[in-house]
Design a protein around this ligand. Sequence first.
Ligand code: ADP
Length: 265
Amino acid sequence: MIQELIRSSKKIVIKIGSNTLAKEDGTICREFLENLGEDVHQLMSEGKQVVIVSSGARIAGVSTIGKWMRKEDINYKQALCAIGQVELMDAYRRVFEKYGTHIGQILYTREDFLEGARSLNIRNPLFTLADEGVIPIINENDSVCVDEIKIGDNDTLAAYTANIWNADLLIMLSDIDGIYSENPKNCEDAKLVELVENIDELRANIEIGCGNDFGTGGIETKIEAASKVGAYKIPMILSNGKVPHIIDKLKKGEGKGTLFNLGGI
Ligand code: ADP
């Protein structure tokens, strides 16, 4: 079903989590980006449009400047995001340059999605870039946001983006194959849930553990994101970005993942 869904989707949002993008030492994983670039190029040469929602500005900031990792003060967090966002975009630019594909940066804030006229305006660059074969790369505008007025995690941002762009599919890449009965990092017997058609049933049947060091939302925000896009009948796949060429593998029916099909497609 996942295979068929990717093949039939024209407009795909791909969300990249911090843990997918970062190596264990906190630097950007170039190999992951190279693989992603190839897979996205392949999707686009099949006539699909792709929008990327990418986390990782703060870790990219830490690895660039080489300090402030443990600083919790908001001004330092914002400063790290300001430094890291440039690095992040540069890394994406280099990857897609090889295929002659341009990228465009869009930084959203929470208000953009809440206010009527503003939320109409923010759709325009997204549609134009994608229609013109440019890949929009989206993040929250972390260098001007404080916790109180934040969307707060990119799972939610990816869901909002998929909804305003009328995407056909949201693919969320994390560092696990999908949703498990328990946190797979702590429980060897945890079982992968391959299909979710009802969120309440899922919640009744799984245990949600902690996320990772660099992650912000954990599994809870991924389930909520599935529910948000599900309300617009957009399916979501959660899969493992640490597996090389995972998007290509999913497309060939070889990769593992959890499919949220809440709209009954
Ligand atoms: P990302 O940075 O990719 O958004 P997070 O760290 O926010 O990732 O969330 C993914 C993590 O959630 C996984 O690495 C896993 O350890 C943890 N987790 C907790 N409970 C579960 C569960 N029931 N199924 C799958 N993963 C879980």
